[in-house]
Design a protein around this ligand. Structure first.
Ligand code: RM4
Ligand code: MN
Length: 383
């Protein structure tokens, strides 16, 4: 049990700066009280999640949403708050020039602009001390015949190679795939296989990131995780939940069993190390944002605790004996364990309140920011 506690104490879950800003659907973005007006305030909110969970020490940035004049100053601000800058997420999907694609656009000038943005993100990594660049491309087409599918792969490969060559010794990029949206006919990086093939060609500093919301319904994500880990190509996760498409709901909210199955493959495959980044990529459209992040961190911790509890020796014995029901029983025993008391103990050992949700609610932080953050433009998609 103490091994499990030590493993849980070591877990770090990265929260995304954009989760603290306003978000919504294409129908409506609801403004909430106390929402940050700039990246500095976003980091302050993220620091609260870490203060109450002890498990969220880094914050992902999204460029240009989190553009500032002085990135070293932003990194110093983070460190004063007890957190650090995590992955730098590029954004080549919100500029008019990218209507027909960014790095895969048929227009060479647009491709240049997009690749330059990715290179700028590496500069920001240098300035903030971040070691991870996350690349997600909305590129694709809406109509058969609109553009040449294969040429777009060539353009993608060319841009990725340029960015790869710019990476420093201790830097890497994670290539993210997504089945569809905003492109509806072809997407240039639609699945793990496409991302994997590009990363293999590039080398060890290119790895795949699995956003749990980016698959067709019913996809067996834990299989993908097992495969990528076996190949040394799993760079990390963007955790979130979905009922329908890329819903970006709280991790572990829609299907906690799936999150457990994924975490089991991580543990089983030797991926429970610093090399695999556990990041949240969520939007809190209708629920309070900081509390939503705290809940999500706790959900990931619960799935992890259950995955760590699987009696691997008993599982292996049942598997090699061909004992189907026995093996499944071992697996389900772990899943059906209430790990909340264990996690409460882990928190208490760290000097934290065992109930982060209640402790945060009592802290008065929300009331404070709601009163203070008046005036100015609230952060949200596009700002
Ligand atoms: C994309 C993808 C990226 C995220 C953006 C906001 O669907 O998940 O990781 O940065 O959304
Ligand atoms: Mn994502």
């Amino acid at each position: 049990m103490s091994d499990i506690k030590a493993a849980l104490l070591a877990q770090a879950i990265e929260t995304p700066s954009w989760a603290y800003g306003n978000s919504g659907t294409r129908f409506k973005v609801f403004a909430q009280r106390g929402v940050p007006r700039d990246p500095y305030e976003k980091l302050a909110d993220a620091a609260q999640v870490h203060a109450f969970t002890g498990a969220a020490p880094s914050v992902a940035l999204h460029i240009p949403w989190d553009k500032v004049d002085d990135y070293a100053d932003l990194a110093a601000h983070a460190s004063n708050l007890g957190v650090r800058i995590g992955a730098i997420n590029s954004n080549v999907f919100q500029d008019d020039d990218y209507m027909l694609g960014s790095v895969t656009s048929p227009d060479a000038q647009v491709r240049r602009k997009a690749t330059d943005h990715l290179l700028e993100c590496v500069d920001i990594m240098d300035a903030t001390g971040s070691d991870t660049l996350k690349l997600w491309f909305s590129d694709g087409t809406n109509y058969p015949g609109q553009d040449d599918i294969r040429s777009r792969q060539d353009r993608l490969a060319e841009s990725l190679a340029e960015v790869y060559d710019r990476l420093g010794e201790h830097q890497r990029f994670l290539l993210e795939y997504k089945l569809f949206e905003p492109a509806f006919y072809t997407t240039d990086v639609p699945d793990w296989g496409t991302a994997y093939a590009h990363c293999v060609k590039l080398g060890p500093k290119a790895q795949v990131v699995v956003d749990t919301g980016h698959h067709a319904p019913g996809t067996n994500i834990e299989f993908i995780v097992a495969f990528l880990l076996r190949e040394g190509k799993l760079g990390g996760f963007d955790f979130n939940s979905r009922f329908y498409a890329d819903d970006d709901l709280m991790a572990g909210a829609a299907d906690p069993f799936q999150l457990f199955r994924i975490m089991f493959e991580v543990v089983r495959g030797g991926g429970y190390t610093e090399d695999v980044a556990f990041m949240l990529d969520q939007c809190h459209n209708i629920e309070p944002k900081i509390a939503g992040q705290i809940r999500s961190v706790m959900n990931v911790q619960e799935a992890t605790a259950k995955a760590l509890l699987v009696d691997r020796a008993a599982l292996a014995a049942a598997q090699s004996a061909g004992d189907v029901l026995g093996a499944n029983g071992v697996f389900m025993d772990a899943y059906n364990t209430d790990v909340r008391p264990l996690l409460a103990e882990v928190r208490a050992e760290r000097g934290l309140d065992p109930d982060p949700m209640a402790a945060y609610a009592r802290s008065g932080y929300f009331e404070k920011i709601a009163a203070e953050r008046v005036g100015g433009a609230q952060a949200g998609w596009g700002a």
